[in-house]
Every structure is written in C-alpha cells, then in structure tokens.
Design a protein around this ligand. Structure first.
Ligand code: GDP
Length: 409
C-alpha cells in the first residue's frame, strides 16, 4: 500500500511515538491529521516541533472523552487509517490515578470506536496495546516458585515454563491499572471486528525508546542522568529496580511496524511488536555509561559484596531458544546467579576513570512489578517486520538527545 495522499488520523500525535509516526507518514506523502487536547497554556507541542512537522500535521482539537468532538474529528479527517495511540501511558501514574487511566484508556478507546461506527466510516484502525498486558511472565521454575510464594498462586497457571519469548497466546496477568486498561481497550477493538465488522487491528508493543522518550521512563531516566554525570551536574545515578528485564526497541522500528499492521494486519487479530531480545535495567545503565565514554571494569554492590568482572562483555548465546544480544551480566541475572536488592543499597561501577555510584532509591520501586518481557515477534515477522536497531543504537540516540543542556532535567 502506498501512503501517498492517504488520510491518516493519529490520536496522541503530540506524544513520543505519535510524533515519530506522523513524521514518517508525512515523509511518505500521507495527509496526517492529529487529534490533540485543548491546551490551557497555549503551548506548542514540543515533540511536533522537534520532529519539524508542527506546520504539516493538521491538528484537530478533541478530547477522547467527548464523543461529539471525536465525531467531528472523523468528519474532518475522513480517515482511511486511524492509529489510536493516545493514552495515559505511564505505569506508576496508573497506580496513583487508576480511574483517570481507565477513563482515558478504556472509555476513551470505546468512544473513538463508537464515533467511527456511528459515522459509518470504514477505516483500518490500529490500537496501541502493550506488552504490559502480559504482566507477570514466568521465566523459570525458580521465579515461578518465588512468585507463588509471594502471591499464593499464579493465575492463570502457566502452560509452559519459561513463557519467554512471549507469544500472543500467552495468558494475560496484568500487574497494574495501566495494564488492565490496555487489555480492556484491546478487547473492545477486537470485539468491534466481530460485532460490527470494523477493520480493527491490535499491536502489543513492547517498550520502545529513542530521542525524546518521556523523561519518566527508565531509558530516559538513565541516559539523562548519565549525561548529567558526564557534565558534572550530578554526583550519582539514582534508580529503582535494576533486575527488571525489558524488550527495548527503537521507536522507528515500531513506527514501521504500525504501518505494516495497517497495510497487512488481519482485522480482529493481535500482533506483538518488539525486538525478540531482553536486557536488564542494570545493563541499560552500564551500556549507557560505556557509550558515554567510560570503560567498565567491574561492578560491586555497596553492601553484601556482590561482584561481577567485565559485566558488559557481549554475550550472544542462545537463551529461551533464541540467540540475542545481551551482556554477560544479563546472562548471569537470567540464570539466577545474581540479583540486586534494596539492601545492597547500590552498585559501584568501577571504570578506567574512577568509581561511579549507582544508588537504589526505594521510592522508585513499584507496588507490583513486571519482572521480564521479551517478545516473540514471529507472527509480525511473517508480514515482513524486522527490528533494525540494536540496543546500543537506541542508547546512542538518547544520549545525543541529552547532550543538549535544554533537554536535561
Ligand atoms: P514500563 O515497562 O512501561 O513500566 O516502562 P518503564 O520505562 O517505566 O520501566 C521499565 C522498568 O524499569 C520497570 O521494571 C521499572 O520498575 C524499572 N525502573 C527502575 N528504576 C526506574 C526508574 O527510576 N524509573 C522508571 N520509570 N522505571 C524504573
């Protein structure tokens, strides 16, 4: 499908992913309309300015909670394709603001579909679902036993261990109001295909990052602090749970994936989007320091004497039946050889230019946590998807973004 001259409506266009998607589609010749909330402060959305497309996106003011506003937006855009990305997308906020999260993510999603239905348009609509929907993923027998001891049960019980890489048939065990809201949104999407024959397609995106990623997400939390440390603006790196493993993709890989799903995805169906690798938050910190110019010799916990020599050594051995790029430390953590706890207080990173403190901040730990995510992307690969970027490409883009003092927080 050529995007040239096609009408595309993006909800969440001023967000991190929406703005990259809009830029990509504009470059392909599409007429891009973007839904945007009225701003009391009248500020111009930074992401659209940063992408250089502020004057090219046709912005339509409408709130996801206002059905009439949505219907007007659809009249105006006459969309061939809608990408529904608008959401309250930050997991910790969903713990403190669950109702707001449900309103925007579930009711807002239902409103959008209703607006399309009553208007009798027949666009392809792609939903930004999330890997968080999988939630509690079981990666080993040891972890299964630990989880069972902590919660008393695992529900639904895993049909296989490990459940990694995670395919679309995996049970959903949401661990946050955000995850629940996305499951709800996804199911309304799929149901509108079965009930009304609408061309709805669901993407379950694993984490995607890059320059301009919201400052509260861990990849920005890390790269922002590494650059601040580099410029002497801080004397330590503060972080929460470094044991978490995520499948981090470059935002541009996911943007291309969204377009591919609009072109070739099967209505009513669900597709994972990710890189089919998994890396720890700790490795993200170490690789960021390395890219920023430090040579890492070893790490050592502040308490409890846990030491790993050459933690960033590349390891591309097979794990979970997949060969993927990770660090020596990732492999050790995945094999349960080492785990970091709050009681360790933090980690000294020994480098060629001295020791760097990475300090565990109890306030940054979550009430319930998703321990590991790794996408099985074979389904979308069959449509032609390929993740092009390595983890270090993402880190480089983020560090370059934070080179500019005005971007550092
Ligand atoms: P998520 O996967 O959508 O929740 O994406 P985030 O980037 O917010 O978090 C990824 C992982 O990093 C989670 O397991 C967090 O617990 C962990 N993490 C550790 N320290 C931090 C921190 O300071 N901020 C955030 N946002 N996450 C952190």
């Amino acid at each position: 499908m050529s995007w040239n001259d096609r009408n595309v409506l993006i909800t969440g266009v001023s967000g991190f992913v929406g703005s990259y998607l809009a830029k990509y589609l504009i470059d392909q010749g599409a007429n891009v309309y973007g839904l945007i909330r009225r701003r009391a402060d009248g500020r111009i959305p930074k992401n659209l300015v940063d992408r250089g497309i502020y004057n090219e996106v046709k912005l339509i003011e409408a709130d996801l909670l206002d059905l009439a506003g949505l219907a007007n937006a659809i009249d105006e855009a006459q969309p061939d394709v809608i990408f529904h990305l608008a959401a309250q997308s930050f997991v910790p906020r969903s713990f403190t603001h669950p109702l707001e999260t449900f309103q925007i993510n579930t009711l807002g999603t239902a409103n959008l579909l209703e607006a399309v239905r009553v208007k009798d348009y027949d666009p392809t609509i792609v939903f930004a679902g999330s890997s968080e929907e999988y939630g509690l993923v079981i990666s080993s027998e040891e972890q299964y036993n630990r989880v069972k001891a902590k919660y008393g049960h695992v529900s639904p019980e895993p049909e296989r261990i490990p459940e990694v890489p995670i395919n679309e048939g995996n049970p959903l065990r949401p661990m946050s109001p955000y995850a629940v809201s996305k499951i709800h949104g996804e199911y309304i999407f799929r149901n509108y295909y079965y009930t009304y024959g609408m061309k709805t397609i669901v993407s379950r995106g694993f984490n995607h990052e890059g320059a301009g990623r919201g400052i509260m997400f861990v990849t920005s939390v890390v790269t922002n602090q590494v650059m601040k440390y580099k410029f002497g603006e801080t004397d330590k790196i503060l972080i929460g749970n470094v044991n978490a493993f995520r499948d981090w993709s470059h935002v541009m890989d996911i943007v291309r994936g969204y377009c591919l799903l609009a072109e070739k995805g099967r209505p009513g169906d669900v597709y994972n989007q990710g890189s089919m690798r998994t890396n720890s938050v700790m490795s993200y910190i170490l690789l960021s320091l390395e890219q920023a110019g430090w040579k890492i010799e070893k790490i050592e916990t502040m308490k409890n004497n846990k030491v790993v020599e050459n933690p960033t050594e590349i390891d591309d051995s097979e794990m979970f039946g997949v060969k993927f790029e990770k660090t020596k430390l990732d492999r050790m953590m995945l094999e349960n050889e080492i785990e970091f706890t709050i009681e360790d207080e933090g980690v000294w990173v020994h480098t060629d230019k001295g020791k760097i403190p990475v300090v565990f901040d109890p306030n940054r730990f979550r009430p319930s946590e998703v321990p590991i995510l790794m996408a099985d992307t074979r389904k979308i690969q069959k449509l032609g998807f390929k993740a092009e970027h390595r983890l270090t490409d993402i880190i480089r883009d983020q560090l370059n973004y934070f080179l500019r003092p005005e971007n550092r927080v």
